[in-house]
Write a protein that binds this ligand. Structure first.
Ligand SMILES: Nc1ncnc2c1ncn2[C@@H]1O[C@H](COP(=O)(O)OP(=O)(O)OP(=O)(O)O)[C@@H](O)[C@H]1O
Ligand SMILES: [Mg+2]
Length: 307
C-alpha cells in the first residue's frame, strides 16, 4: 500500500462523545480547516479506544483508507498500537507507526536522544496506584545532580498542583521526596502512564512579552510552525536563535518520527532548553493559532508518500 494511491489525506479526529457524527468540539475548527484544504475527516471513538475496544473505535473509518493520520486527545502507546492494528485490518495505516508514536510520546522514548538539551531525568516503571518506597526513590534521585527536582509520569505532570505533587525542593530529602511523589501517584490514579520520572529542576525565565515556552511543530525533521505553549496567556512565541535551534533539529531528526513537537524554555543562563517532546498528533494547539497552519502539516505527505 502506498500513500500515492490515496486521493486525499485522511485524518482521524476524535468523535464528539455526545453526538455521533460530529468531531469533538475541541477539534471542530481544525477539522473544518482540514476539509477546506481538500483532505478527508474520519471519526474515531476515543472512549472505545481507551476502553480497549479498537474495533469499535474505528467502526466509522472508511475501509481501504490507505495512509491516515490521527489528530486528537492523547492515547496511551499500547492503545495506539491497537488502533494501528485495527486500521490495518480494514486497509488503513497510520503514517506514524506505534513504535515512533511511543518514542515521541513517552519521556523514556525520547530522553536519550535529547539528553544534552533537556533537564537530567531518571525513571522507574510504576503501576497506577503503586507508590514506590522511600529507599527506591532516594536511590533513583541520587542519580540526579543535587538540588531541586520535579516529578511527572512518562507523559504528564501535575503542574497545577505544583507544591503538592510536582515540585521537589530538595532531591536529597527522602521524606519530602516520598511525600510529593506519593501525592503525584495518588492524584494520577488510574491515569499514571508508564512510571515515575524525576527531573533536575532548571530555572527558566519568560522572554519579554512572549510565552514562557515555545512549542515547535516539526514535520519530517523540519521546524514548520512556532507557537506559544497552549497554556500560555500570551500568544506570542519568542524567536529561537539558530544556534539553539540547530541541536534540537539534529535531535528531532535522530528521533525519526514524522510529526513531533518540542517545547522550549529559556534558561536563566540564556540557553534554550527542551522541556518536553511530544507526538504532534496529540499535542494541543494554542487557541489563538490559525488551525489551518496545523492542518497544512497533517496533509503535507509528499515526503512520506509510498513509505
Ligand atoms: N526540569 C524542570 N525544571 C523546571 N521546571 C520544569 C521542569 N520540568 C517541568 N517544569 C515545569 O513544569 C511544567 C510542566 O512540565 P511538563 O511540560 O514536563 O509536563 P506536562 O504536564 O506534560 O505539561 P504539558 O501541559 O506541556 O503537557 C513545565 O511547563 C515547566 O514550567
Ligand atoms: Mg509541557
Amino acid at each position: 500500500m502506498t500513500m500515492a494511491t490515496t486521493p486525499a489525506t485522511t485524518v482521524l479526529y476524535c468523535a464528539d462523545p455526545l453526538g455521533g457524527r460530529r468531531v469533538d468540539p475541541h477539534f471542530a475548527a481544525e477539522a473544518r480547516a482540514l476539509r477546506a484544504q481538500g483532505a478527508t475527516v474520519a471519526l474515531v471513538d476515543h472512549d472505545a479506544l481507551l476502553a480497549g475496544d479498537a474495533e469499535r473505535a474505528v467502526a466509522r473509518v472508511p475501509t481501504a483508507a490507505g495512509g491516515v493520520r490521527y489528530r486528537g486527545w492523547m492515547v496511551p502507546a499500547a492503545r495506539y498500537a491497537e488502533l494501528d492494528e485495527a486500521l490495518r485490518r480494514r486497509g488503513g495505516e497510520l503514517g506514524t507507526g506505534p513504535e515512533a508514536y511511543r518514542r515521541a510520546h513517552e519521556l523514556p522514548g525520547w530522553y536519550d536522544t535529547f539528553a544534552a538539551l533537556t533537564p537530567a531525568s531518571v525513571w522507574l516503571p510504576t503501576a497506577p496506584g503503586a507508590i514506590p518506597d522511600r529507599k527506591r526513590l532516594a536511590a533513583l534521585a541520587a542519580a540526579l545532580p543535587p538540588g531541586a527536582g520535579v516529578v511527572k509520569d512518562y507523559v504528564k505532570s501535575r503542574k497545577h498542583e505544583w507544591h503538592e505533587a510536582c515540585h521537589i525542593p530538595d532531591l536529597g530529602d527522602p521524606e519530602a521526596l516520598h511525600r510529593v511523589v506519593s501525592r503525584f501517584v495518588e492524584l494520577q490514579d488510574e491515569f499514571l502512564t508508564g512510571g515515575v520520572v524525576l527531573r533536575a529542576f532548571e530555572h527558566f525565565v519568560a522572554p519579554e512579552g512572549a510565552a514562557t515556552e515555545v512549542r515547535i511543530w516539526w514535520r519530517d525533521g523540519e521546524p514548520r510552525l512556532f507557537t506559544a505553549h497552549p497554556d500560555s496567556p500570551l500568544p506570542e512565541a519568542a524567536e529561537i536563535p539558530a544556534r539553539d535551534l540547530e541541536p534540537v533539529r539534529a535531535a528531532v531528526r535522530a528521533l525519526d518520527c514524522p510529526f513531533v513537537t518540542t517545547d522550549l524554555a529559556l534558561r536563566t543562563d540564556g540557553a534554550w532548553r527542551v522541556v518536553e517532546v511530544g507526538d504532534g498528533q496529540v499535542s494541543d494547539l494554542h487557541r489563538e493559532v490559525d488551525p489551518g497552519l496545523l492542518t497544512a502539516l497533517l496533509t503535507d505527505d509528499q515526503s512520506t508518500a509510498g513509505s
